[in-house]
Ligand binder design. Structure first.
Ligand SMILES: C[S@@+](CC[C@H](N)C(=O)[O-])C[C@H]1O[C@@H](n2cnc3c(N)ncnc32)[C@H](O)[C@@H]1O
Length: 240
């Protein structure tokens, strides 16, 4: 009898220790690591749509994250399909959600580059993209956008981009679209799409593309990711 009681208590202690360890591991993980783990446990390897669905489910139900998301994402999808870019640049990879979203719509011949300066985010994106099976279709560049934009022609063999998705820190949108212009990376008809025009907001950028005379620019209202708040994308076609 005494032996059985000791055995049960010992087992209970082991379970408590296991739960405590799991809790510590969970809280030691970053949000981005938790998203990746959720994807690995709930999506199908090699299936980009299932990866997007899992990231979105986590964003709506568990923890908010700054992906373009499934509502604005539909507008981005439409722009990508209409433009059918052969060369595309993304500024702000984060966990690779929008890169996966866009590249799943592109032909295998398309060249897609995405820039991220935070190495932890870039590492998560690398695993997310590999899980989606798109590792051979996405060129990840870990760098500050301002450093790499002037090198894109020589180092990454780019002539001009058909499409650009601007979704990094909002206060450098204007700096970087000007860098794209001065480095001759835009051509007549290049479609530049910028996220978060309303929330958290990019008013200087909106003002620039709407008034500088170099773009035909339109605002497309939508929802802020994983919320009912208003946000939107700006689509600006370069006049050349
Ligand atoms: C809003 S998140 C990008 C979300 C992503 N496009 C998506 O929808 O899945 C912005 C990302 O841009 C990165 N970032 C901000 N400023 C940057 C810069 N100057 N150069 C490169 N990356 C930058 C941040 O580290 C962050 O991961």
């Amino acid at each position: 009898m005494l032996y059985k009681v000791r055995l049960v208590k010992g087992l209970q202690r082991l379970v408590r220790q296991h739960l405590a360890r799991a809790k510590t591991t969970e809280s030691a993980m970053s949000k981005e690591q938790r998203v990746l783990r959720y994807v690995q446990q709930n999506a199908s390897r090699g299936d980009p749509d299932s990866v997007l669905a899992a990231v979105d489910k986590f964003g709506w139900e568990t923890e908010w994250a700054m992906n373009v998301g499934d509502v604005k994402g539909l507008i981005l999808d439409r722009f990508v399909k209409e433009t059918a870019p052969q060369t595309m640049l993304e500024l702000g990879t984060y966990m690779g959600y929008s890169a996966i979203r866009v590249v799943r719509l592109l032909p295998e011949t398309a060249k897609f580059l995405t820039v991220e300066f935070n190495p932890e985010n870039a590492a998560i994106a690398n695993e997310m993209i590999a899980f989606a099976g798109l590792q051979n279709r996405i060129i990840q560049i870990t760098s500050d956008s301002a450093d790499v934009i002037p090198q894109l022609k020589k180092k990454y063999d780019v002539d001009t981009f058909d499409m650009v998705f601007i979704d990094h820190w909002k206060d450098v949108y204007v700096r970087d679209i000007k860098l794209l212009e001065t480095n001759n990376l835009l051509r007549k008809g290049t479609v530049v799409v910028a996220d978060n025009i309303i929330n958290p907001g990019a008013p200087e950028y909106a003002d620039y593309v709407r008034t500088c005379g170099k773009y035909d620019s339109t605002f497309h209202e939508s929802n802020f990711e994983y919320s009912d708040d208003i946000d939107g994308l700006e689509k600006s076609v370069y006049r050349g």
